[in-house]
Design a protein around this ligand. Structure first.
Ligand code: SAH
Length: 341
């Protein structure tokens, strides 16, 4: 049976039309699910019994199981167990502008980035739409506060689970759903070109972030196997087209790996690569993990890199560090948990 939290507003309208009902019932159901947050269809007091019976027959409302919550200053990390026993993580971060959540999109990941903990577990399956929606709902319930921003930067490659991710965005963005503004949602991808092209055609207001991490193909091939399929020399022109078509500013994520990609020559090369693209670079202090030998660049090195980019007139920010104490790098809590067993 399907889980109701995976149904978009449009799919529910179709469901009701097929039942011979009016499609506005979809709006009523969304209000009960996402505004009033009921736990049982039977609580929908303005919906007639026959409709409630149909919903009970066709859908479940089952939540995810919270296995663990780790808390640190301004950050909480959740470990969820899915109904088949698989585990994924979500991280809640408190900013001055609101609460943001980093959601997982797959169980494991096949992209194989050398520095990343998540990829140590190969993809076992895609997350279903409802499993992404429930990460938000359950964290809000625990936190007793609303989430204002969503980043798809947890375990998995969102563009390797494209359809479910788009449905997820439809649900959380819908005014009668969680009403999270498209501009408050960011998809992060390692650079799956065909899906970037599909996404471009959708003309959504959702932000796109590209995990770049290297300014040339040689280095990027070493760090990110995806670059062999979709090298920078193909990726960058597609991204230029993306900016032209959508008029949206791109984000480039750049993890600072000590001695690997953090030298002045890399900054200059990066500035050259991105010249003329409406974008900004987010420098990310690497979150070290015990399984992987990369080390984080020193504060000084990061600041030098930042200065070089600034001088080259590249927009650049340094990501605030969250939760290294609670193992906030994607995949760390899950793998820690599996080892403990
Ligand atoms: N697969 C997608 C989204 C998930 S990864 C992507 O590649 O963008 C989200 C971001 O976290 C990526 O930029 C990824 O490269 C980065 N990341 C992975 N491991 C990290 C670590 N240990 N420290 C800091 N950032 C990390």
């Amino acid at each position: 049976m399907k889980n109701i939290y995976g149904e978009t507003h449009q799919q529910l309208e179709q469901y009701f039309l097929d039942l011979g009902e009016k499609k506005f019932k979809a709006t009523q159901v969304f209000e009960w699910l996402y505004e009033k947050r009921i736990r049982s269809f039977d609580d929908m007091s303005n919906v007639k019994k026959t409709v409630i019976d149909s919903l009970n027959k066709d859908f479940v409302m089952q939540p995810l199981q919270i296995m663990d919550v780790l808390t640190d200053v301004d950050v909480q990390k959740y470990l969820f167990q899915l109904s088949d026993g698989e585990k994924v993580e979500a991280v809640l971060m408190k900013h001055d502008y609101g609460n943001s959540i980093c959601v997982s999109t797959q169980v494991g990941c096949n992209m194989g980035c050398k520095f990343c903990e998540s990829g140590r577990l190969k993809k076992r399956r895609n997350l279903e739409t409802y499993e992404m929606v429930l990460q938000l709902l359950m964290v809000e319930e625990q936190l007793k506060e609303r989430i204002s921003h969503v980043v798809l930067m947890g375990i998995g490659e969102p563009f390797d689970n494209y359809d479910n991710v788009m449905h997820f965005i439809d649900i959380i963005n819908h005014p009668k759903g969680m009403a999270i503004g498209a501009r408050h949602i960011t998809i992060s991808t390692c650079g799956v070109i065909p899906k970037i092209e599909d996404f471009m055609k959708e003309k959504r207001q959702v932000n796109l972030a590209i995990s770049l991490h290297a300014p040339n193909d040689d280095l990027r091939n070493q760090l990110m196997p995806i670059n062999k399929a979709y090298p920078l020399k193909k990726l960058i022109p597609v991204l230029k087209e993306y900016v032209d078509e959508t008029h949206r500013r791109l984000t480039f994520e750049y993890i600072m790996l000590k001695g690997v990609n953090d030298q002045k020559k890399h900054a200059l090369e990066l500035a050259h690569l991105l010249r003329g693209i409406n974008c900004y670079v987010n420098l990310i202090p690497y979150n070290e993990t015990s399984h992987i030998e990369y080390a984080k660049s020193s504060k000084e090195q990061i600041l030098n890199f930042y200065d070089t980019l600034k001088k080259e007139h590249i927009n650049v920010t340094i990501r605030r560090e969250f939760g290294s104490k609670v193992m906030a790098a994607c995949g760390q809590l899950r793998s820690h948990y599996e080892e403990g067993k």
